[in-house]
Design a binder for this molecule. Structure first.
Ligand SMILES: [Zn+2]
Length: 510
């Protein structure tokens, strides 16, 4: 009996201890909710960024203007140690200043499109015949030799519009779907391997070189299956030649056209009826190579001020719209979260640092270079581990559109399950209920995670916005109530991480 009693006491004590590790500061949660819901500034921030600043292609002049604003905004909300941190040679700047495309024959129509990034403009306004070109294999090239000089080409197969998505939209997660997500084990199921590339197929780089060789004036394409939307990316090969000025000038202009307008031209061409368009593209291409930059700001810590908790989102966008969902909404959430903490004058134990990355859309460059420089990567001998590696606690990221948080991905780190379960409880009424042990992929928490540093992406409803990377991603389709909730939740998670006795636990296999 004695023995039993003793073990009970020990069990109870260790139970209490483990429970106490990640207590919720309910008074602070109340203050955060009050500030975040009753005095929210997030709609104003999102509107300023999307309406006044607009698109922010990495290293564009547009981006520079927006980054200067971000630094001023961080200072205005009381952050310290604000800085612009250059991180890697990102080639020359690229900004489109004017674009117009009209169908002239066989009918007159304004057409909606957008130049692809890192392609040149054209000299003045040009009237061009349009030729439908169907090239898949190397053998197809011969059909068009000597036939394309001075023309515009319809270069991609006509996209099919996804009408189901148009009719049904994207619903919020149901309780059943969330339950399923909470039960999926880690690691995630591997992606099926890509089939080997057929060497006879013509790549987009080879195809565009052929067009250039044949004297084509402009390439028209459409890859979006989304109603009325242009998806705007960069010229194929731009990343490989590191966004070079000469390579950009040497390339043909490429214009992405909405699927309806593009497909109309394809159908006319298939009737063998001549098509004429008028096209003008004015684009500013920088003279000198320069570095891309991340933006940082802090609420300094107190007794553990040399340790850090980070929150962030990618500040860069593709260029065809302000990309309200991808990722202006994430930036607005993180700026609002740190504004809430700054206003509440919380005196965190650890330093809280916000990072607004760039170069995410081209391959997580900003966050990766930052992690390598400041914390290092023990898994990469070329980088190695830096002395501040063990001063890092956690990074919280948002980049899955503007939908509200329904939970968080553990990223395979079971050691934080208890903390996150505890900190999530005060937000059950907001729909924040689910812990998934799975890893979320493909955005700025990944470079931290690869280095063995705790870094997390929230589990979000996939609502709001018209989808990233389009010309239609504006303020109007952002659910403001959703992002208000997100800012409150991330502020609380960051606060509680900053106040712990120890840094947030790490995965043991790294
Ligand atoms: Zn994004």
């Amino acid at each position: 009996m004695d023995y039993m009693k003793k073990s009970h006491v020990i069990f109870f004590a260790s139970y209490l201890f483990s429970q106490n590790n990640f207590l919720v500061d309910h008074e602070m949660v109340a203050k955060i909710r009050e500030e975040g819901f009753q005095r929210s500034k997030i709609a104003n921030t999102l509107s300023y960024m999307t309406d006044v600043l607009g698109a922010r292609l990495t290293n564009s002049d547009d981006m520079r203007i927006a980054q200067d604003w971000a630094i001023k905004e961080m200072k205005r909300i009381g952050l310290k140690n604000t800085k612009i941190e250059p991180f890697m040679d990102y080639g020359v700047s690229w900004d489109n200043e004017f674009f117009s495309l009209h169908l002239l024959e066989p009918d007159k129509q304004v057409m909606v499109g957008y130049p692809i990034a890192h392609t040149p403009g054209i000299d003045g306004r040009k009237q061009l015949s349009v030729e439908l070109v169907e090239i898949k294999t190397k053998g197809d090239l011969n059909k068009y030799k000597g036939k394309l000089k001075g023309k515009a080409v319809l270069a991609t197969p006509p996209p099919k519009i996804d009408l189901d998505k148009y009719r049904t939209g994207t619903p919020r997660y149901t309780e059943n779907e969330l339950l399923e997500l909470s039960q999926k084990p880690f690691p995630n199921a591997p992606r099926p391997p890509r089939p080997p590339r057929n060497p006879d197929l013509v790549s987009s780089i080879e195809r565009n070189l052929f067009f250039k060789d044949q004297g084509v004036v402009a390439i028209l394409e459409s890859s979006s299956g989304w109603i009325a939307a242009v998806r705007g990316f960069a010229r194929p090969g731009a990343k490989q030649d590191k966004w070079g000025r000469q390579e950009t000038l040497d390339h043909l202009p490429i214009v992405a056209v909405t699927p309806e307008h593009y497909n109309r031209m394809v159908r006319i061409a298939k009737r063998n009826i001549p098509i004429k368009i008028e096209l003008e593209i004015r684009t500013k291409i920088g003279k000198n190579r320069r570095k891309a930059r991340n933006i940082l700001g802090e609420i300094p810590g107190t007794d553990k001020k040399d340790e850090v908790v980070m929150l962030g989102a990618h500040f860069d966008t593709w260029h065809a719209s302000p990309n309200a969902s991808d990722n202006t909404s994430g930036v607005a959430v993180m700026l609002e979260a740190i504004r809430i903490l700054s206003v509440l004058d919380i005196k965190p134990r650890r330093t809280i640092r916000i990072a607004l990355w760039s170069g995410e859309e081209q391959g997580l460059h900003g966050s990766r270079e930052y992690v390598n420089k400041h914390f290092g990567n023990p898994n990469d001998p070329k980088v190695g581990q830096k002395s501040s590696y063990n001063k890092f606690s956690a990074y919280f990221n948002q980049d899955y559109g503007p939908g509200q948080y329904r939970g968080i991905y553990l990223q395979g780190n079971e050691h934080v399950r208890q903390a996150f379960s505890s900190w999530m409880k005060p937000f059950k009424d907001l729909g924040m209920t689910t812990i998934s042990s799975q890893s979320a992929c493909c955005t700025d928490h990944i470079p931290f995670d690869r280095s063995g540093l705790p870094a997390f992406q929230f589990l979000q409803d996939r609502v709001g916005g018209t989808g990233g990377h389009t010309n239609l991603d504006y303020y109007d389709t952002i659910p403001i109530e959703d992002i208000k909730k997100n800012a409150v939740i991330v502020a609380s998670f960051v606060y509680h991480t900053a106040m712990l006795d120890k840094p947030l636990p790490r995965k043991k296999n790294k």
